[in-house]
Structure formats: structure tokens, C-alpha cells
Design a protein around this ligand. Structure first.
Ligand SMILES: NC(=O)c1ccc[n+]([C@@H]2O[C@H](COP(=O)([O-])OP(=O)(O)OC[C@H]3O[C@@H](n4cnc5c(N)ncnc54)[C@H](O)[C@@H]3O)[C@@H](O)[C@H]2O)c1
Length: 241
């Protein structure tokens, strides 16, 4: 089940999964709306009969130095980066607990997976990102807490923290990409100077590809990580801020 603010890319992703022989559906919509997380969880269980892996990935940056960061801007960064993941996991908790108890009563151990996406801006801090860094740092606290609450239900809860991955979020600023935040258009992208300096500072000397980012998430979605929980895997080519 794929959620995105934009129905077009969500439908595109669904089609590519189906073309590869998989089953997929999408529920487009704003995940920061208070009702959306429960609808997403209920819609997923209705469509697939189960809920096995949750990847909390939706996010964007609305940057500024602290003296220019408005309350609305700071709150928007918390709403998308930490409040939405919290509500999704809370919405999933009834299914997770009841299903795990039933499976254990039947003598079965089924591992489920939560992968929350954070950033080196959250783990290291980053000038100009008071709101984004705070939201992404909170993701680590939520992850470690849920690992402790849900270990008894056989759920691995981990974080992947990205450095600079080549996506829409990090395209060179000025290419006119925007994200619609409650009717307000927020520019998406990173200044070309920052992109260059990140490449120089990174031990691997380059930004990461989408495939490389997905590989780290796949590790935590797979049985390879069955004995790993409450951890943060930094996928940044060695870059730290
Ligand atoms: N690209 C990087 O270098 C980088 C670095 C660190 C962390 N991250 C994190 O990785 C995650 C994925 O980002 P990406 O780089 O693929 O960027 P992206 O812009 O390509 O993808 C993020 C997606 O989140 C969706 N989204 C935003 N707000 C939403 C909302 N309210 N409801 C539903 N969907 C919403 C967007 O429509 C977009 O498709 C984000 O959490 C981001 O903060 C990315």
C-alpha cells in the first residue's frame, strides 16, 4: 500500500510493482491530516488482509535559520516528520498486538518490521534546519521506544538515516520543484553549492542513488535484520554534518 501526497507518482509506483508481478494499491492523500493514518492502516488491512511492514518515509524540508523560522514552519516540520509516523504506528498498534498474540498462542513467531526514515540532520544537527532536524531527531526517540514496546510482539523497529540521496528533495534549487503544504507552495531542493560541498565532505566522494537508499531500507524489511531492533543505520557514504 503506497501513500503519497501526489496521486500521480503513487499510481506510477503501483504500476511498476504490478508490472514486476507484485500486488500493490495506493491511497493518495495528506498523511498529516489527523484521520489519514487510521484510514491508511484500515485500508491496508482491508486490501491485503495483513500489515507486516511499515516504512515511514514521507518527508520534506522547509528550512531557515532559527530567527527566521515561524511557528507555522516549525510545526509543519514536526507534523510531517514525527507526528505522522507516531499516528501511523498508533493506528497500527491494535492489529499488531492482537495478531502477534494470536500467532504466539498458535506457537508461531512472525517477525514484523517498522522502518522509520531519519536524516543525518536529525542525528548530527544541521545549521538552517531547526525544524527538520528536530523532527528527524524525534524519529530516533520514537524508534527506540517502539522497539522496546513492540519487541514482545516480534516487531523489529529501526531507522535508516540518509545523508544526501539524489531525489526530488535534493535536486538543485531553482528547478521549480514545489510541495503543497495546506495550499502553500514550499520550494524543494538544495543549493548547488551545498550539493558540491557535500560531495567533497563525503568519504565516498559522491551523493547516493535511490537504489542505494532503498537497499538500506530493504535490509530492515528483510529477515536479515530479525535480530536487530532500536538501531539507526546511517546510509550516507560516510558523510556526517
Ligand atoms: N534525499 C535525501 O538526501 C534525504 C536525506 C535525509 C533524509 N531524507 C528523507 O527521506 C525521505 C524520503 O525523501 P526523498 O528524498 O525520497 O524525497 P522525495 O521528495 O522524492 O519523496 C518524499 C515524498 O514524501 C511525500 N510527502 C511529503 N509530504 C507528504 C504528506 N503530507 N503526505 C503524504 N506524502 C507526503 C512527497 O510527496 C514525496 O513524494 C524523507 O523522509 C526525507 O526527509 C532524504
Amino acid at each position: 500500500m503506497i501513500n503519497d501526497l501526489d496521486a500521480g507518482p503513487a499510481a506510477e509506483a503501483v504500476n511498476s510493482i504490478r508490472d514486476a508481478g507484485g500486488r500493490a494499491e495506493h491511497l493518495a492523500g495528506d498523511i498529516t491530516h489527523p484521520d489519514s493514518p487510521q484510514q491508511l492502516v484500515d485500508g491496508t488491512i482491508a486490501a491485503f488482509g495483513s500489515l507486516d511492514i511499515i516504512v515511514n518515509n514521507a518527508g520534506y524540508m522547509w528550512n531557515n535559520v532559527i530567527q527566521k523560522t515561524t511557528d507555522e514552519q516549525f510545526q509543519a516540520m514536526l507534523d510531517i516528520n514525527i507526528v505522522a509516523p507516531f499516528r501511523i504506528l498508533r493506528a497500527a498498534s491494535t492489529f499488531i498486538r492482537e495478531t502477534a498474540k494470536r500467532e504466539m498462542a498458535e506457537g508461531r513467531t512472525v517477525m514484523r518490521k517498522v522502518v522509520n526514515i531519519t536524516s543525518i540532520a536529525g542525528t548530527d544537527g544541521n545549521a538552517g534546519q531547526a525544524g527538520y532536524s528536530s523532527g528527524k531527531a524525534a524519529v530516533v526517540g520514537l524508534t527506540r521506544t517502539m522497539a522496546k514496546e513492540w519487541g514482545r510482539y516480534n516487531v523489529n523497529v529501526n531507522c535508516v538515516g540518509f545523508g544526501l540521496i539524489e531525489t526530488r528533495l535534493t535536486q538543485p534549487l531553482g528547478e521549480d520543484a514545489k510541495i503543497d503544504v495546506k495550499g502553500r507552495q514550499i520550494a524543494v531542493g538544495v543549493s548547488p553549492g551545498v550539493l558540491e560541498s557535500v560531495k567533497t565532505a563525503s568519504p565516498l566522494g559522491r551523493t547516493g542513488t535511490v537504489q542505494e537508499a532503498a537497499n538500506a531500507v530493504l535490509f530492515f524489511c528483510s529477515p536479515l535484520s530479525d535480530y536487530v531492533t532500536g538501531e539507526v543505520l546511517i546510509c550516507s557514504g560516510g558523510l556526517h554534518f
